[in-house]
Design a binder for this molecule. Structure first.
Ligand code: NDP
Ligand code: 2IT
Length: 447
């Protein structure tokens, strides 16, 4: 039977059913709007209820995480894992520890992850999880206590052929270590049940760098379509965490000038450019001392803008690498006025829908997160491959495969996003990802 639901009825229905999940609505609206013409040309998808099924997680787990802080006081957080879709592989996606995390946040991230993972060419389903825990200001012991309590529930739902978490905001090598340690203690298994592991215990080379490096490889692919390269370009980056640091590293080594970095307190503007030595300071500041980016300005005598985001600074390439909705339509207009030629999302959904529309109207190069930041989960997939083989590839080998995957993602965007001489990367990424997952779902029947 044909589903007669229109696009607006589908979106309205979702809003009514889950009224508080605004970020999920936003992600779904963006995807469905861009794939709708494709879906209408292929009625088989709606006849099989593929859209409705994609919007409902296969499983969502919500649990109490009780732990004791350094003063001996009991703390209670809420933990989650949204297992969104396993049509093309085991659930795969990061864990986010941040006080703003809600079920709606994780549903948006899991939904994006399903399509992103499909683009990677690897057999990975989509999931996301985390907790409303704030690692800021916590001691290592507190973070460990929290991770162990979190894992006491989550371990039941994981496994290398079931669900394999990785990192995201607030979850890096330190947290993956504590989570993996507790998982191993509870299950007696040294399985490849996490990615982002340390290099001595099953991790992959380049995983830490992969999202940022992949972002720059994707930008290079996009620029090449217009006869440009990143060398000599002025690049504005937001964030100063995992993605921002490695995007900056790769951009600098490719000859670009990175002039901004930020955190949730403000941004630094360094017109001379962040160089290798300054970046080493940022890594130590953020990953070891866990300090604030304003210290960069003090140390290297450049401007610091408290409470502001970097999008008013003149640049050729803008890379939002912090969090969702950090670049709105006013920022987009400012970037366009200042002559930006390429915007690529290192973060997930950092640009609002109106900002994306402004970039698309002006036909600048715009790389949506599910394509531009897919390098991270791609190397996670390669980490799983290496774990299955009980082998560890060299840096060059992993980097070569990462570049190959990014090129394949770019080609899919071009193939499905070509519109009269202009590549709409949003349409391309969404249609290519959707098509793969939808075909797998069709072949697996009504589940
Ligand atoms: P990190 O925790 O390493 O860094 C996050 C950075 O973003 C910090 O600078 C942080 O500042 C800033 N930030 C976080 N929340 C906010 C906020 N609400 N407002 C302003 N700034 C904020 O995370 P990652 O670098 O790993 O992740 C960054 C983005 O990239 C996220 O959207 C994530 O989903 C996405 N991503 C990550 C991948 C990965 O492999 N890690 C893969 C693909 C995408 P502060 O320290 O002040 O909080
Ligand atoms: O958003 C993402 O793709 C990630 N945070 C990476 C997830 C992973 O499992 O490596």
């Amino acid at each position: 039977m044909k589903s007669s639901k229109s696009l607006s009825d589908t979106l309205e229905g979702l809003r009514k059913r889950y009224p508080s999940e605004t970020e999920f609505h936003q992600a779904v609206a963006a995807v469905l709007t861009s794939i709708w013409p494709f879906v209408e040309r292929h009625p088989k998808y709606r006849e099989a209820g593929i859209i409705e099924r994609l919007l409902e997680p296969e499983r969502a787990i919500l649990f109490r995480v009780a732990w004791k802080d350094r003063h001996g006081a009991v703390q209670v957080n809420r933990g989650y894992r949204v297992q969104m879709n396993s049509a093309i592989g085991p659930y795969k996606g990061g864990l986010r520890f941040h006080p703003t995390v809600t079920l709606g946040t994780l549903k948006f991230l899991a939904f994006e992850q399903v399509l992103k993972n499909a683009l990677t060419t690897l057999p990975l389903g989509g999931a996301k999880g985390g907790a409303d825990f704030d690692p800021k200001g916590k001691t290592d012991d507190e973070v460990m206590a929290f991770c162990q309590a979190f894992m006491n529930e989550l371990y039941r739902h994981l496994g290398h052929d079931i669900d394999v978490p990785g990192g995201d905001i607030g979850v890096g090598t330190r947290e993956i270590g504590y989570l993996f340690g507790q998982y191993k203690r509870l299950t007696m298994q040294f399985g490849g049940s996490f990615t982002g592991k340390g290099l001595y215990w099953g991790g992959s080379r380049i995983r830490e760098e992969a999202t940022g490096y992949g972002l720059i490889y994707f930008v290079e692919e996009m620029l090449r379509t217009r006869g440009h390269s990143i060398s000599g370009k002025i690049v504005a980056i937001s964030g100063s965490g995992n993605v921002a640091q490695h995007a900056a590293e790769r951009a600098i080594s490719a000859g670009a000038k990175v002039i901004t970095l930020s955190d949730s307190d403000g941004f630094i503007h360094d017109p001379d450019g962040v160089d290798e030595e300054k970046l080493a300071f940022v890594k130590e500041l953020k990953n070891v001392r866990r300090g604030r980016i304003r210290e960069y300005a003090r140390k290297f005598k450049c401007a610091y803008h408290p409470g502001k985001r970097p999008w008013g600074v003149k640049c050729n390439v803008a890379l939002p690498c912090a969090t969702q909705n950090e670049l709105d339509v006013r920022d987009a207009m400012e970037l366009l006025r200042n002559g930006v030629m390429c915007v690529a999302e290192g973060a997930n959904m950092p640009c609002t829908r109106e900002a994306v529309a402004a970039f698309t109207r002006k036909k600048i190069l715009f790389g949506p997160g599910k394509a531009a930041n897919a390098g991270g989960v791609s190397v996670s997939g390669l980490e799983m491959t290496q774990n299955s083989m009980r082998f560890q590839w060299t840096r060059d080998e992993v980097d070569r495969r990462l570049r190959e995957i990014i090129r394949a993602i770019h080609s899919q965007c071009v193939r499905f996003g070509e519109q009269k001489g202009f590549t709409d990367y949003v349409v391309g990424a969404n249609v290519a990802g959707f098509r793969k997952v939808a075909e797998a779902m069709l072949e697996q029947g009504v589940v």
